[in-house]
Every structure is written in C-alpha cells, then in structure tokens.
Design a protein around this ligand. Structure first.
Ligand SMILES: Nc1ncnc2c1ncn2[C@@H]1O[C@H](COP(=O)(O)OP(=O)(O)O)[C@@H](O)[C@H]1O
Ligand SMILES: [Mg+2]
Length: 277
C-alpha cells in the first residue's frame, strides 16, 4: 500500500443486489486489510446479521453480538463517542476486524430499520481515531442509499458487488446514480461468482456500458460455497485464484484511497469531513 493511501482512514460501503456476495466479499476484504496490519471495523447492517460468520465467529457468537443503540448521534453535539460505542459494542473476530452489528430484526412486525441505519450514518461521520478502515456490509436494496436515508452519506467509496446477471448490473447502475446524489466520490464494481470466461467478459462489457470501473473478478469458489453450507467461513484458507482477484481489487481500492486522500476539498475539511445532507 502506498504511503498516501495508508494515511487516509477509509470508509467503504459494500453494496449490491441480494445474494450477489456482499457479505462474502466484505469478510474477505476486511480480513485482507487486517492481515496488512490495518485496524478494521466491519459494520453489519443486515437485519439478518451474518457478517460475523464471514469473519470466523460461530453462529452462537454471531447471534450474541450486541446491537448498536438506535438513532444515536455520535460525536460532537451527540450522545455517544465513537470510541465508547466501539468499546461497548465491538466484538473482536478471529479474522482480525472488530465487528459491529447495527440492525437486527428479532420479531415479526418489528418495524423499520431506519433508526439503526441512522446510528451507522452518524458513526461514519465522526472521527473514529483508532480505525484505519471502516467497512459497511450493506443490507440489499437501495432504500438506505437514498437521499432521505443516506446511511453511507459519509462513505468515501462504494464497492458494488455483481454476479454475472443483468439484474445485478442494473442494481449497480442504480447504486452508482445514488452515490452521485450522496456525494460519494468513488464507485467501483467487483464481479463475483464467475465460472467462465464469458462471465468475465460479461462483467467487463456490462459494467463499462454503465461507466462503472471493474476492480476485479472473483471466481466462483466451491470452498467458499461449501464453507458457507457448513457454518463459519471467515478462516477458510482463500484459494489462490480468489486471492489473486482479491489482490487486484485491493490495488484498485488503494488507488481510489490515494485519489481521495489527495482531494484538496477533503484535505481542507479534514480526513473525516462530513458531507451533510
Ligand atoms: N465467490 C463465491 N464462490 C462461491 N460461492 C459464493 C461466492 N460468493 C458468494 N457465494 C455464496 O453466495 C451466497 C450469497 O453470498 P452472500 O455473501 O451471503 O451474499 P449477500 O451478502 O450479497 O446476500 C452464499 O451462499 C455464499 O456462500
Ligand atoms: Mg449479506
């Protein structure tokens, strides 16, 4: 990683259509950053949280991760400090990152999840001094990327995960449009579950038509699929092919990180400038 890229505290949202592999990719990336010595906080915003499994926790351990308080304003003028929330609600995972769970729907008809998303939004806007990478595994759907929700309003970078289907690329295109509205400076895609050269060509063509940069393509990996059937996947050794693809993605993200760090507007406003909506 370049010195410039390392200096920026990265706030990364992992988004995309349901089932494309957001949680899998979030787990792999969070683990890879931690292996590089970065202090990583991985935030699960799925109402059916399972990022813990992708970071090596057991199902029981994942289920008891405490859920962040709702509608919490973090930082100056708020009711909580980011460091206190981390200390109280963060759980160290075997894969390295600290896990935060933002939303959990425990009962039928429990209402909307907006107040949990509000806490994540505020947390990302505050100075998480102890953190190098804050990665948010987003719930599928575009609702919380809209101007009114805006969970990721303070994110620097969106990584849109796609599978080799037209619908997932359509979701990526809609997401990229919302990112512009939210003022998120960088959006890149990662292709996932590629089985054939045609799948790779599909990602290249379909995403370039939508003017979305493709950071890399992860192959369909039987080990990932089998581990997922068995339970925790976070510590399964990564296949060489997947690792190569992951390294490509990380290199592209480093480039984005360096560009964002060099952005004069950002430097003026400080590394965790809040883009208020
Ligand atoms: N590269 C891959 N190879 C094989 N299976 C994968 C891969 N990526 C994801 N999967 C599988 O696809 C399913 C959905 O993945 P998940 O990460 O939970 O998606 P999302 O978070 O987008 O809903 C899981 O069963 C997971 O094991
Ligand atoms: Mg998921």
């Amino acid at each position: 990683m370049t010195a410039v890229a390392e200096q920026l505290r990265l706030k990364l949202g992992v988004v995309g259509k349901g089932g494309v592999g957001k949680t899998t990719v979030s787990g792999l990336l969070a683990r890879a950053y931690a292996e590089r010595g970065q202090r990583v906080v991985a935030i699960d915003t799925d109402s059916n949280p399972n990022l813990g499994l992708s970071l090596g926790l057991s199902l029981t351990e994942t289920e008891v991760v405490p859920v962040l308080p709702r509608s919490t304003v973090v930082g100056s003028g708020g009711t909580a400090a980011a460091a206190d929330l981390l200390a109280q609600y963060g759980r160290q995972t075997p894969a390295g990152p600290v896990l935060l769970s933002a939303i959990k729907v425990a009962a039928a008809g429990a209402g909307c999840t907006c107040s949990g998303h509000a806490t994540v939004r505020s947390l990302l806007g505050d100075a998480l001094e102890e953190v190098d990478v804050a990665l948010v595994d987003m719930e599928a759907g575009l609702e919380h990327l809209s101007r009114s929700g805006g969970t990721l309003a303070h994110a620097d970078l969106l990584l849109v995960v796609c599978e080799p289907t037209r619908k997932s690329v359509l979701t990526a295109a809609r997401t990229a449009a919302l990112a512009v509205e939210l003022g998120i400076p960088e959006v890149v895609a990662v292709g996932n579950k590629a089985r054939t050269a045609q799948d790779v060509a599909f990602f290249q063509d379909a995403l370039s038509s939508e003017r979305i940069a493709l950071a890399g393509v992860l192959p369909y990996d039987d080990v990932v699929a089998a581990a997922d059937r068995a339970g925790p996947v976070g510590l399964v050794p990564v296949a060489a092919e997947v690792q190569r693809a992951l390294d490509d993605v990380l290199a592209v993200l480093d480039g984005c990180r360096a560009r964002i760090a060099a952005d004069p507007a950002r430097i003026e406003a400080g590394p965790w400038s809040s883009r208020g909506l």
